[in-house]
Design a protein around this ligand. Structure first.
Ligand code: ZN
Length: 299
Protein backbone atom coordinates (compact mmCIF):
# COMPACT_ATOMS: atom_id res chain seq x y z
CA UNK A 1 0.00 0.00 0.00
CA UNK A 2 1.33 3.43 -0.95
CA UNK A 3 0.50 6.25 1.43
CA UNK A 4 1.52 9.90 1.76
CA UNK A 5 2.22 12.25 4.64
CA UNK A 6 0.13 15.43 4.95
CA UNK A 7 1.31 18.23 7.24
CA UNK A 8 -1.00 21.00 8.41
CA UNK A 9 1.19 23.84 9.66
CA UNK A 10 -0.76 26.32 11.77
CA UNK A 11 0.11 29.14 14.14
CA UNK A 12 -0.59 26.94 17.17
CA UNK A 13 0.23 23.39 16.14
CA UNK A 14 1.87 21.25 13.50
CA UNK A 15 -0.50 18.40 12.72
CA UNK A 16 0.59 15.51 10.56
CA UNK A 17 -0.98 12.35 9.28
CA UNK A 18 -0.34 9.35 7.06
CA UNK A 19 -3.13 9.26 4.49
CA UNK A 20 -4.12 6.48 2.09
CA UNK A 21 -5.41 6.79 -1.46
CA UNK A 22 -9.02 6.94 -0.20
CA UNK A 23 -8.34 9.98 1.99
CA UNK A 24 -8.35 8.03 5.26
CA UNK A 25 -5.90 9.03 7.98
CA UNK A 26 -4.01 5.95 9.19
CA UNK A 27 -1.69 7.47 11.80
CA UNK A 28 -1.30 10.92 13.28
CA UNK A 29 1.38 13.01 15.01
CA UNK A 30 1.36 16.51 16.42
CA UNK A 31 3.66 19.11 18.00
CA UNK A 32 3.29 22.72 19.10
CA UNK A 33 4.44 25.24 16.50
CA UNK A 34 5.81 27.37 19.33
CA UNK A 35 5.49 31.14 19.63
CA UNK A 36 8.52 33.23 18.70
CA UNK A 37 10.81 30.22 18.37
CA UNK A 38 12.03 31.31 14.94
CA UNK A 39 11.91 29.62 11.57
CA UNK A 40 14.76 27.20 12.24
CA UNK A 41 12.98 25.70 15.24
CA UNK A 42 9.62 25.58 13.44
CA UNK A 43 11.30 23.68 10.60
CA UNK A 44 12.92 21.39 13.14
CA UNK A 45 9.54 20.59 14.69
CA UNK A 46 8.02 19.89 11.26
CA UNK A 47 10.86 17.41 10.64
CA UNK A 48 10.14 15.71 13.97
CA UNK A 49 6.45 15.30 13.09
CA UNK A 50 7.46 13.80 9.73
CA UNK A 51 9.91 11.41 11.43
CA UNK A 52 7.13 10.28 13.78
CA UNK A 53 5.09 9.30 10.71
CA UNK A 54 7.68 7.86 8.31
CA UNK A 55 7.47 4.25 7.20
CA UNK A 56 8.12 2.05 4.18
CA UNK A 57 4.68 2.91 2.82
CA UNK A 58 5.39 6.65 2.39
CA UNK A 59 5.82 7.90 -1.18
CA UNK A 60 5.89 11.66 -0.58
CA UNK A 61 5.20 14.58 1.72
CA UNK A 62 2.70 17.43 1.27
CA UNK A 63 2.53 20.51 3.50
CA UNK A 64 0.00 23.32 3.84
CA UNK A 65 1.43 26.57 5.16
CA UNK A 66 0.03 29.98 6.03
CA UNK A 67 1.14 32.91 3.89
CA UNK A 68 1.75 33.47 0.21
CA UNK A 69 3.31 30.26 -1.09
CA UNK A 70 5.19 29.71 -4.33
CA UNK A 71 3.93 26.17 -4.82
CA UNK A 72 6.32 25.51 -7.74
CA UNK A 73 9.38 26.20 -5.58
CA UNK A 74 7.86 25.24 -2.24
CA UNK A 75 8.84 28.58 -0.71
CA UNK A 76 7.10 31.17 1.43
CA UNK A 77 6.98 34.56 -0.32
CA UNK A 78 6.84 38.05 1.30
CA UNK A 79 3.98 37.27 3.69
CA UNK A 80 4.31 34.37 6.13
CA UNK A 81 0.87 34.56 7.75
CA UNK A 82 0.49 33.98 11.47
CA UNK A 83 3.88 32.32 12.05
CA UNK A 84 6.54 34.77 13.14
CA UNK A 85 9.65 35.03 10.95
CA UNK A 86 8.06 32.68 8.40
CA UNK A 87 8.28 34.86 5.26
CA UNK A 88 10.94 33.76 2.73
CA UNK A 89 11.34 30.29 4.25
CA UNK A 90 12.45 27.69 1.71
CA UNK A 91 10.28 24.92 3.14
CA UNK A 92 10.82 22.43 0.34
CA UNK A 93 14.59 23.06 0.22
CA UNK A 94 14.99 22.62 3.97
CA UNK A 95 12.86 19.48 4.19
CA UNK A 96 14.58 17.97 1.14
CA UNK A 97 17.91 18.10 2.98
CA UNK A 98 16.43 15.90 5.69
CA UNK A 99 14.31 13.67 3.44
CA UNK A 100 16.22 13.60 0.12
CA UNK A 101 14.48 10.50 -1.25
CA UNK A 102 10.90 11.75 -0.97
CA UNK A 103 9.14 14.27 -3.24
CA UNK A 104 7.93 17.28 -1.22
CA UNK A 105 5.10 19.67 -2.14
CA UNK A 106 4.04 22.89 -0.42
CA UNK A 107 0.79 24.80 -0.90
CA UNK A 108 -1.09 27.63 0.82
CA UNK A 109 -3.21 26.32 3.73
CA UNK A 110 -6.56 27.61 2.46
CA UNK A 111 -5.92 25.91 -0.89
CA UNK A 112 -5.07 22.69 0.94
CA UNK A 113 -8.41 22.80 2.78
CA UNK A 114 -10.12 23.32 -0.60
CA UNK A 115 -8.26 20.36 -2.10
CA UNK A 116 -9.56 18.14 0.72
CA UNK A 117 -13.16 19.30 0.34
CA UNK A 118 -12.99 18.89 -3.44
CA UNK A 119 -11.57 15.38 -3.11
CA UNK A 120 -13.77 13.70 -0.51
CA UNK A 121 -15.69 16.54 1.19
CA UNK A 122 -18.44 19.06 0.48
CA UNK A 123 -17.09 19.86 -2.99
CA UNK A 124 -16.83 16.26 -4.21
CA UNK A 125 -18.23 16.14 -7.74
CA UNK A 126 -18.36 19.95 -8.18
CA UNK A 127 -16.88 21.02 -11.52
CA UNK A 128 -16.00 24.36 -9.93
CA UNK A 129 -16.17 25.91 -6.50
CA UNK A 130 -15.01 28.78 -4.34
CA UNK A 131 -14.24 28.07 -0.70
CA UNK A 132 -14.17 30.53 2.18
CA UNK A 133 -12.47 29.46 5.42
CA UNK A 134 -13.77 31.61 8.27
CA UNK A 135 -11.34 31.28 11.16
CA UNK A 136 -8.93 33.73 12.75
CA UNK A 137 -8.72 35.24 9.27
CA UNK A 138 -10.57 34.44 6.07
CA UNK A 139 -8.87 32.03 3.68
CA UNK A 140 -9.92 31.46 0.10
CA UNK A 141 -9.62 28.83 -2.58
CA UNK A 142 -10.82 28.80 -6.19
CA UNK A 143 -11.05 25.47 -7.98
CA UNK A 144 -12.09 24.42 -11.46
CA UNK A 145 -11.94 20.97 -12.96
CA UNK A 146 -9.95 22.29 -15.92
CA UNK A 147 -7.39 24.43 -14.08
CA UNK A 148 -7.28 22.82 -10.64
CA UNK A 149 -6.41 25.30 -7.88
CA UNK A 150 -6.11 28.90 -9.04
CA UNK A 151 -2.79 30.27 -7.71
CA UNK A 152 -2.73 33.54 -9.63
CA UNK A 153 0.10 35.27 -11.47
CA UNK A 154 2.12 35.91 -8.28
CA UNK A 155 0.76 33.15 -6.04
CA UNK A 156 -1.52 35.80 -4.55
CA UNK A 157 -4.70 34.61 -6.21
CA UNK A 158 -7.85 33.57 -4.35
CA UNK A 159 -6.94 35.74 -1.35
CA UNK A 160 -10.66 36.04 -0.77
CA UNK A 161 -10.19 37.48 2.73
CA UNK A 162 -8.52 40.57 1.30
CA UNK A 163 -11.12 41.75 -1.16
CA UNK A 164 -12.59 45.02 0.06
CA UNK A 165 -16.08 44.83 1.49
CA UNK A 166 -16.26 48.36 2.93
CA UNK A 167 -14.17 51.09 1.22
CA UNK A 168 -12.07 52.95 3.83
CA UNK A 169 -13.34 50.52 6.45
CA UNK A 170 -11.50 48.71 9.22
CA UNK A 171 -7.73 48.51 8.93
CA UNK A 172 -6.40 45.11 7.92
CA UNK A 173 -2.93 43.81 8.75
CA UNK A 174 -2.38 43.33 5.00
CA UNK A 175 -2.15 47.12 4.59
CA UNK A 176 -5.59 47.69 3.06
CA UNK A 177 -8.72 49.03 4.69
CA UNK A 178 -12.12 47.38 4.78
CA UNK A 179 -11.07 43.81 3.89
CA UNK A 180 -13.63 41.01 4.13
CA UNK A 181 -11.43 39.41 6.82
CA UNK A 182 -12.15 42.34 9.19
CA UNK A 183 -15.90 41.60 9.13
CA UNK A 184 -16.67 37.92 8.67
CA UNK A 185 -13.83 36.04 10.42
CA UNK A 186 -14.24 34.59 13.89
CA UNK A 187 -11.63 37.02 15.20
CA UNK A 188 -13.48 39.95 13.60
CA UNK A 189 -16.73 39.04 15.36
CA UNK A 190 -14.86 38.90 18.69
CA UNK A 191 -13.09 42.21 18.02
CA UNK A 192 -16.28 44.05 17.06
CA UNK A 193 -18.04 42.63 20.13
CA UNK A 194 -15.26 43.94 22.34
CA UNK A 195 -15.60 47.39 20.76
CA UNK A 196 -19.35 47.38 21.33
CA UNK A 197 -19.29 46.18 24.93
CA UNK A 198 -15.75 46.72 26.29
CA UNK A 199 -15.67 43.00 27.12
CA UNK A 200 -14.14 39.97 25.46
CA UNK A 201 -16.33 37.03 24.62
CA UNK A 202 -15.43 33.95 22.59
CA UNK A 203 -17.04 33.84 19.16
CA UNK A 204 -18.97 30.64 19.81
CA UNK A 205 -20.69 32.28 22.81
CA UNK A 206 -21.48 35.43 20.83
CA UNK A 207 -23.25 33.27 18.24
CA UNK A 208 -25.07 31.27 20.92
CA UNK A 209 -26.13 34.37 22.87
CA UNK A 210 -27.54 35.94 19.71
CA UNK A 211 -30.72 33.98 20.53
CA UNK A 212 -31.24 35.87 23.76
CA UNK A 213 -29.12 39.03 23.82
CA UNK A 214 -29.74 42.15 21.70
CA UNK A 215 -26.08 43.18 21.29
CA UNK A 216 -25.05 39.68 20.21
CA UNK A 217 -28.07 39.43 17.91
CA UNK A 218 -27.25 42.72 16.18
CA UNK A 219 -23.64 41.70 15.69
CA UNK A 220 -24.44 38.21 14.38
CA UNK A 221 -27.08 39.65 12.06
CA UNK A 222 -24.52 42.07 10.60
CA UNK A 223 -22.02 39.21 10.19
CA UNK A 224 -24.69 37.16 8.42
CA UNK A 225 -25.57 40.01 6.05
CA UNK A 226 -21.91 40.73 5.28
CA UNK A 227 -21.29 37.07 4.47
CA UNK A 228 -24.38 36.95 2.23
CA UNK A 229 -23.27 40.13 0.42
CA UNK A 230 -19.85 38.61 -0.15
CA UNK A 231 -21.33 35.37 -1.50
CA UNK A 232 -23.34 37.44 -4.00
CA UNK A 233 -20.06 38.99 -5.21
CA UNK A 234 -18.35 35.59 -5.43
CA UNK A 235 -21.28 34.19 -7.41
CA UNK A 236 -21.18 37.11 -9.83
CA UNK A 237 -17.41 37.01 -10.30
CA UNK A 238 -16.92 33.26 -10.64
CA UNK A 239 -20.37 31.73 -11.21
CA UNK A 240 -19.12 28.47 -9.62
CA UNK A 241 -21.17 25.33 -9.21
CA UNK A 242 -20.76 25.60 -5.46
CA UNK A 243 -19.54 27.77 -2.63
CA UNK A 244 -18.11 25.92 0.37
CA UNK A 245 -17.85 27.64 3.73
CA UNK A 246 -15.44 26.21 6.29
CA UNK A 247 -13.40 27.29 9.31
CA UNK A 248 -14.22 27.40 13.01
CA UNK A 249 -17.20 29.74 12.56
CA UNK A 250 -19.03 26.94 10.77
CA UNK A 251 -19.36 25.10 14.11
CA UNK A 252 -21.83 27.82 15.16
CA UNK A 253 -23.81 27.67 11.94
CA UNK A 254 -27.07 26.67 13.59
CA UNK A 255 -27.26 30.33 14.70
CA UNK A 256 -26.72 31.97 11.30
CA UNK A 257 -26.76 29.61 8.30
CA UNK A 258 -30.45 29.71 7.39
CA UNK A 259 -30.58 33.46 7.76
CA UNK A 260 -27.47 33.84 5.59
CA UNK A 261 -29.16 31.83 2.81
CA UNK A 262 -32.26 34.02 3.18
CA UNK A 263 -30.22 37.22 2.83
CA UNK A 264 -28.31 35.77 -0.12
CA UNK A 265 -31.56 34.99 -1.96
CA UNK A 266 -32.81 38.48 -1.20
CA UNK A 267 -29.66 40.19 -2.56
CA UNK A 268 -28.77 38.06 -5.60
CA UNK A 269 -30.04 39.04 -9.06
CA UNK A 270 -30.24 35.55 -10.58
CA UNK A 271 -29.40 32.64 -8.29
CA UNK A 272 -29.40 29.75 -10.82
CA UNK A 273 -29.26 27.23 -7.99
CA UNK A 274 -25.80 27.96 -6.61
CA UNK A 275 -24.98 25.23 -4.07
CA UNK A 276 -23.89 26.90 -0.82
CA UNK A 277 -22.64 24.17 1.51
CA UNK A 278 -20.71 23.87 4.79
CA UNK A 279 -17.29 22.19 4.69
CA UNK A 280 -17.25 18.63 6.02
CA UNK A 281 -13.63 18.18 7.11
CA UNK A 282 -12.88 20.69 9.81
CA UNK A 283 -9.79 19.69 11.77
CA UNK A 284 -8.39 17.11 9.36
CA UNK A 285 -8.81 19.07 6.09
CA UNK A 286 -5.24 20.40 6.27
CA UNK A 287 -3.70 16.94 6.69
CA UNK A 288 -5.87 15.23 4.06
CA UNK A 289 -5.57 18.03 1.47
CA UNK A 290 -1.77 18.24 1.86
CA UNK A 291 -1.49 14.46 1.44
CA UNK A 292 -3.71 14.60 -1.67
CA UNK A 293 -1.28 17.01 -3.40
CA UNK A 294 1.33 14.25 -3.35
CA UNK A 295 -1.09 11.74 -4.92
CA UNK A 296 -2.01 14.35 -7.57
CA UNK A 297 1.60 14.84 -8.58
CA UNK A 298 2.69 11.23 -8.48
CA UNK A 299 -0.19 9.72 -10.47
ZN1 ZN B 1 -6.58 42.61 4.14
Amino acid sequence: MENTIGIDLGGTSIKGGVVNAHGEIIRKAERDTGKKVGKKEVLNRIKLVIKDLLGDDIIGIGLGSPGFIDSNEGKVLDIGGNIEDWAHTDIKGELSKEFPNLPIFVENDANVAGICEGWIGAGKGFRSFAMLTLGTGVGGCIYTEKEGIWNGNNFQGAELGHTILYPNGRECNCGQKGCVERYISGAAVERIYEEMTGKFKKGKYIFKDSLTNDVDRELVDKFTQDLAIYIVSLKNIFDPEGIIIGGGVINSREYWWEKMIKYYKEYINDDKGLKIVPAIYQNDAGIIGAAKIVFNHIK
